[in-house]
Ligand binder design. Sequence first.
Ligand code: NI
Length: 185
Amino acid sequence: MTTGTAVPSPLEVIRLGHPVLRQVAEPVPEEFFGTGRLNDLYRNMVQTMISEDGVGLAAPQVAEGLRLFVYWVPGDDDHPDIAPKLLANPEIKPVGDLVEDGWEGCLSIPGLRGIVPRYSRIKVRARDIEGNAVSLTADGFHARVLQHEFDHLDGIVFLDRMESPASLAYEQEWERYILNSGTDL
Ligand code: NI
């Protein structure tokens, strides 16, 4: 077993059209938890996510068909940052039936943004990088990130979740015409 001390290096993020993005990923096997190999994958995925300005990255996006993802959530006035972490073999359940629209993008669909409805509050049960059971409740943007990443494990991308393609926008135009228009979504 390696100790995972290699310098993290960014991985290639595959894009829509690569078949792995549309496959249902396999559960992370028991013997993979706590290994240097999983730790290296984790560190390389975090490095990739940060260097690409993402807030989440699922293993299928780096062509690894495993049910795990990394994410982080930048803080705001009411919430501190959630530091990067890995969740494996997650299960997600909505808490209540409130659904909110919000803008999403995806590192595998570069340059595009669209409005996606997601549950406002969810409960997640998963395993951490050592294989320990974790459970958490997430709201708002945090809940959105987790639902987006979870979908990748089932071969689903945000485009599939849009109620209408009419909101699709290129990032530059989005920044110019939508972000600064005062639209509150
Ligand atoms: Ni994505």
